[in-house]
Design a protein around this ligand. Structure first.
Ligand code: CDP
Ligand code: CDP
Length: 216
């Protein structure tokens, strides 16, 4: 059903999920939803408010009075554009900790389902195929070797003028993957009915073409 098509893309950090999902959504002329950006936005707010992540009551109170919106490829947190702020090193270093809190996941998953309701979407994250859109029409698990993912992320940061060592990028990616794969509630895991794509030797365009072939 082209008016209610659900495509789920999951995988580890730096696999190319955002890049591929954005391009795919554009080609199919449907909406793209970056769920990682939502976990990042919540993390930014909790950090700004100096909330202790283990204080679940406070975390839930804050989440219940938080508004997250996507518009024209930008993300708004309580009506403020935070598209750049959520990519900071501090947010990146803390986001997996926040994303491992079950209450946070419960609230964001329900918001993600609401955003995807009654329309066609490409949704990208860690648990889309396993939890958020279990009945998705097409599930992709996108990965690449950790060295290649770190190299691509490093090149991207260099292009943006961020000063960081390659060794640091690879360590950060490994730490985040480990935390995402081993958390108790809804860990990063390939769904049984997902198609595995190893993009270590593929360009963005090749990955997108491959997904369009699978869709047919
Ligand atoms: O930096 P990168 O684009 O790889 O990550 P992201 O997609 O922005 O996601 C940031 C973090 O949010 C991940 O490392 C996970 O801890 C968390 N996340 C999650 O737990 N579940 C999702 N569906 C999406 C992101
Ligand atoms: O969202 P995720 O963390 O999975 O990855 P991303 O933010 O899309 O970043 C992946 C980086 O690798 C981008 O700079 C892409 O241009 C590049 N890349 C890719 O995504 N896929 C390929 N097959 C080749 C390069």
């Amino acid at each position: 059903d082209i008016s209610n098509l659900k495509i789920a893309i999951d995988g580890p950090a730096g696999a190319g999920k955002s890049t591929v999902a954005k391009e795919l959504a554009q080609r199919l002329n449907i909406e793209y939803i970056d769920t990682g950006a939502m976990y990042r936005a919540v993390t930014l707010k909790l950090l700004d408010k100096h909330v202790d992540f283990s204080d679940t009551d406070t975390v839930v109170d804050i989440l219940n009075s938080t508004e997250i919106q996507f518009e024209n490829g930008r993300i708004y947190l309580d009506n403020k554009d935070v598209t750049e702020d959520i990519r900071s090193a501090l947010v990146t270093a803390n986001v997996s900790k926040v994303a491992s809190i079950p209450e946070v996941r419960r609230i964001l998953v329900s918001l993600q389902r609401k955003i995807a309701d009654c329309k066609s979407v490409v949704m990208e994250g860690r648990d889309i195929g396993t939890t958020v859109l279990k009945d998705a029409d097409l599930k992709i698990f996108l990965t690449s070797s950790v060295e290649i993912r770190a190299k691509r992320r490093y090149e991207e940061l260099k292009r943006k003028g961020v000063k960081i060592e390659f060794s640091e990028v690879i360590e950060q990616i490994k730490a985040r993957d480990l935390q995402d794969e081993t958390r108790e509630y809804s860990p990063l895991k390939m769904a049984d009915d997902a198609h595995l794509i190893d993009a270590s030797n593929m360009s963005v365009d090749e990955v997108v073409c491959h997904i369009i072939e699978l869709l047919k």
